[in-house]
Ligand binder design. Sequence first.
Ligand SMILES: Nc1ncnc2c1ncn2[C@@H]1O[C@H](COP(=O)(O)OP(=O)(O)OP(=O)(O)O)[C@@H](O)[C@H]1O
Length: 354
Amino acid sequence: MSIRIDQINKKFGDFVAVDNVSLSIQTGELTALLGPSGSGKTSLLRIIAGLEQADSGSIHFDDLDISARHVSERGVGFVFQHYALFKHMTVYENVAFGLTVKPKKQRPAPELIRKKVQHLLELVQLDWTADRYPSQLSGGQRQRIALARALAVEPKVLLLDEPFGALDAKVRAELRRWLRRLHDEIHVTSVFVTHDQEEALEVADKIVVMNKGRIEQQGSPEQVYDNPANPFVYEFLGNVNLFHARVKQGKAEIGQLSVASPEFTNEQEESGFAYVRPHEIDVLLNPADEALEAKVDLITIVGPNVRLEFLAKDSQQLIHVELARDRFKQLGLSLGQQAWVKPRYTKVFLGEGI
Ligand SMILES: Nc1ncnc2c1ncn2[C@@H]1O[C@H](COP(=O)(O)OP(=O)(O)OP(=O)(O)O)[C@@H](O)[C@H]1O
């Protein structure tokens, strides 16, 4: 089932929550709506679900305009951050619930329900919990059961709103890999809301970056990470260093550095700014071309990586650098040491920044 969102607008009072959003989602695709708090992701998801009515615009499932349809007629399944399972029901009963409450004519035979629930519990790898109650499960297990319950009624579209938001970092990381594998198995068209860029980059086929009710960029994780359309997307998708630059005739000058920017060949002399990601900077112990002299100001070891802060000699700007621990050891860096930092990749935009 494909989804076509056409010029959707939604206001709450005077506040514009969704601002003329159009978006196409292919059948079987796992799409992440990614953006900061208040960017309109949940509002858009609720409008797709039919839990919220848009002020204008339309939603199509395949070629059918479902904008006026009630949530119960849209064939969508949900998993929310705090989608509490029914406490007084066992895991089995929770997953079977959507099937057992179907009108008699559509309700599968009890034996079929049993098989189906068994299959779903195997799919989420929790068949051994069938007789337990939700309170006897971990948070991550509960969310997997919530997903099995959502899938039981064979939704045409699966909508997930920060499904792992309430879980700790390690469980979150496990569950997102698990969700990716599960999606590869079931291929149901899915849209999930997250404010966590790592989660979106790791799980989604397509990322839709939202800000202030609008779409800033959409594309595959590689496309949005490697070619951010604008400064907002660049900053939102990871840590960055921001430098002021003068852009002219295909070059960006950042202090004494000169970076080739062929996309600005025709610019005569404009102000701009340049982004460099911390892991795209080399550290050298000797002067080199296109390297800035700087002093080590802070060293933080984070597992296999080392985060460093350098103070640039000329501009006194702080420059964040991330090195693999091996490289850090090889360099033998210590606090206060003089070194040279050399960006490997720089992304230049015209203007004054955001
Ligand atoms: N029912 C409502 N009444 C009034 N304002 C609302 C309502 N629902 C959402 N909003 C406002 O609309 C804006 C967008 O909210 P939305 O929940 O869609 O954002 P979000 O990107 O999902 O953010 P979060 O990650 O914090 O949930 C927010 O400023 C929110 O306060």
